[in-house]
Design a protein around this ligand. Structure first.
Ligand code: SAM
Length: 283
């Protein structure tokens, strides 16, 4: 077990309490985590004890002389498969490490896998409410199916492509979840950003006001807070319609949002034939 920061802190009465969120990561390559966790926001959050990442080397749970963690697949074929025994022993050992800090002794055990549930901001927000997560990183052709059946609670994919291992995927999950843990970044920074309410973010600008002949939109330097807010909202709607129209079906839209989107050519499902059809199917 390799801790990257102190997990328990003491309050004024000297009692242990949960200072933040704990990520237990099970991996064959713990060294891969040093870079991302030792820079910028995650580094500061770890130093402040708001999050804690504990790395567990699966190989340490292999019992043979060569510390073997993989074997050939039954039925033949390319590659190797992660053996069940060391991985299961590692998961069970981590689950038995129940800190006396009040969080559930059985945190969700999540496998990183390309055939898992697609990772989204909604899932990140859901996971950020947990006191502790156990993230399992696969390697080779993946994990023996029986370990998945017996010990994995949830399976997450970070996208429709195949990585060499689950470490980068686990880092993506840690990064996206950690920034939603209170105290890691400004609550205000999270409020309007992409996916927070089903829309993409508005364009961002900083000084200088003119760069290589390109001026920032005049409304942003007008000092009119109401107009700035309206411009930003409309830019979010425009950008979402242009780039991810699929998101609009689930976004929280006001009537004014809908009216603006219609001026941009959006086919509003609540008016016209689409609405009549959905009303008919509901009744
Ligand atoms: N044979 C597997 C398949 O076709 O689905 C791919 C195994 S991949 C080479 C090795 C490991 O990388 C997986 O067990 C998983 O832990 C991780 N991995 C690869 N792509 C991933 C993705 N898109 N999301 C999450 N984890 C991924």
């Amino acid at each position: 077990m390799i801790g990257l920061s102190p997990w328990r802190r003491r309050n004024a009465t000297g009692l242990c309490y949960n200072a933040g969120m704990r990520f237990d990561v099970l991996t064959l390559f713990p060294g891969m985590f040093a870079g991302p966790l030792n820079e910028s926001i995650l580094k500061r959050a770890i130093q402040a004890g708001i999050i804690n990442v504990v790395l567990h080397d699966i190989r340490a749970y292999a019992t043979d002389r060569h510390r073997t963690t993989d074997d050939a697949p039954y039925g033949g074929g390319a590659g190797m498969v992660m053996k069940p025994e060391p991985l299961a022993a590692c998961i069970r050992a981590v689950l038995s490490m129940a800190p006396e800090t009040g969080e559930p002794s059985q945190p969700p055990v999540i496998l990183m896998t390309p055939d898992g549930e697609p990772f989204t901001q909604r899932i990140a927000a859901e996971l950020a409410t947990c006191a502790r997560l156990v993230l399992v990183c696969g390697r080779y052709e993946g994990v023996d199916e029986r370990v998945r059946e017996a010990l994995i609670d949830r399976e997450i994919s970070i996208g429709d492509y195949v990585l060499t291992g689950g470490e980068l995927a686990a880092m993506v999950v840690i990064d996206a979840v950690a920034r939603l843990v209170p105290g890691v970044i400004d609550a205000e920074s999270i409020a309007d950003e992409s996916f927070s309410d089903g829309l993409l973010e508005y364009p961002q600008y900083t000084r200088p006001a003119v760069w290589e002949g390109r001026a920032v939109p005049p409304v942003l330097v007008s000092g009119h807070h109401g107009e700035v807010a309206q411009w930003r909202r409309r830019e979010r709607l425009r950008r979402t319609l242009e780039r991810r129209p699929d998101l609009l079906a689930r976004a929280a839209l006001t009537e004014a949002d809908r009216a603006y989107l219609r001026t941009l050519g959006w086919n509003d499902p609540t008016v016209g034939e689409g609405a009549e059809h959905s009303a008919a199917t509901k009744s």
